[in-house]
Write a protein that binds this ligand. Structure first.
Ligand code: KG4
Ligand code: ZN
Length: 348
């Protein structure tokens, strides 16, 4: 069986094909970063228009890469939320129309479930249960995952998401959009002892996060500084250390609370090497296991949507004939899936 997955929730158009026997057989991506960079952030209307331009060529590219044709596809999965409504509608229209024309099922995929399952595209995928840390541009969440679809939110950000904090801090430092990867690079030349920024909410006995105060601390430090290149690098380094320490401490708390020793980290910010290292050290100290997606599957992509789509297809969750999108869609609304239905494709 083959599922074609389409991602178009924000500023990346992604298309991929997941084969139940062979795993991921193709993935194609177009990032709109260069287009939005001149505005300092995503312009929703431009994003939608660009998805329209890219989506069919990317579908053709993925089919070619998989050496297959549309007649061999069993279902079309698409990100139906959360995300920008116009951008989501492009993927939804394309997927729904294609599925209808081919007489096959369309599958609605939750973008964050896509991120959460992305580490399962790697060799040695995590077993269940685990704690998942989802850190993206729009979300920061700790989740108790008993099985696929059983998502208990243990904590989340009360203000900015981790990616948003990276992007806003990067902007203060004069770096281009999206700031996360640029800030990571700048931080590599920074001195970790130059500043001590707050580790927000660590004194609270819960798994919630807050990053807005950290951004203010950076702004104050910057205003008082000489703004030299070295100072900027020091600030980037100390900010990144503060985020890494905070994520690490909250993951530890969540693992203790659940009695689990397996951590899955996903979403755009999980591409950050310093954060990967800090969480890997935590799990090493705990004698537990840690799982990430390869870096290109941490940020938005079609591969994670094709995999999540396959899982939902195997659970017979088919989209209706309406074109449905859900710009806001809590993860807790998803259905839990029994392992037996999906274990053959997850652990091949
Ligand atoms: O998961 P994602 O691609 O999109 C959302 O679903 O939001 O995450 C994008 C976010 C952006 O805020 C971006 O700056 C951040 O992930 N990001 C990073 C890195 N790569 C992407 N943050 C820190 N370090 C990185 N290397
Ligand atoms: Zn995402």
């Amino acid at each position: 069986m083959k599922v074609l997955g389409i991602e178009s929730s924000c500023d990346e158009t992604g298309v991929a094909i997941y084969d139940s026997d062979k795993g991921l057989v193709a993935h194609a991506l177009h990032s709109q970063i260069a287009m939005h960079a001149q505005y300092g952030g995503v312009v929703p209307e431009l994003a939608s228009r660009d998805h329209i331009k890219r989506i069919i060529p990317l579908i053709n590219q993925a089919l070619q890469e998989a050496n297959t044709s549309l007649d061999e596809i069993n279902a079309i999965a698409y990100t139906s939320g959360p995300g920008l409504i116009g951008a989501l509608l492009v993927g939804a229209m394309e997927a729904r129309a294609l599925a209808y024309a081919l007489g096959i099922k369309a599958i609605e995929v939750h973008h964050m479930e896509g991120h959460l399952l992305a580490p399962m595209l790697e060799d040695n995928p995590p077993a269940f249960p685990f704690v998942a840390l989802l850190v993206s541009g729009g979300h920061t969440m700790l989740i108790k995952v008993e099985k696929i679809g059983s998502y208990e939110i243990l904590g989340e950000s009360v203000d900015d998401a981790a990616g948003e904090a990276f992007d806003k801090t990067a902007k203060l430092l004069g770096l281009p959009y999206p700031g996360g990867p640029h800030l990571e690079k700048l931080a590599q030349n920074g001195d970790s002892k130059a500043y001590h920024f707050p580790r927000p909410m660590l004194d609270r006995d819960n798994c919630d996060f807050s990053f807005a105060g950290l951004k203010t601390a950076v702004l104050n430090a910057l205003n008082k500084s000489d703004k030299s290149a070295q100072t900027q690098a020091n600030i980037a380094r100390c900010f990144s250390d503060a985020v890494a320490d905070t994520l690490s401490a909250k993951c530890n708390k969540a693992l203790k609370q659940c009695g689990y020793n397996r951590l899955v980290v996903a979403g755009g910010v999980s591409a950050n090497s310093a954060i990967r290292e800090s969480l890997t050290n935590l799990m090493h100290k705990r004698g537990g296991e840690i799982f990430f997606a390869r870096k290109e599957f941490c940020t938005d992509n079609g591969a994670m949507i094709a995999l999540a789509g396959m899982v939902r297809y195997l659970n017979a969750e088919y989209a209706s004939l309406e074109v449905n999108v859900h710009p806001r869609w809590p993860l807790s609304m998803l259905k839990a899936i029994e392992q037996d239905k999906v274990k053959n494709i997850l652990y091949r």
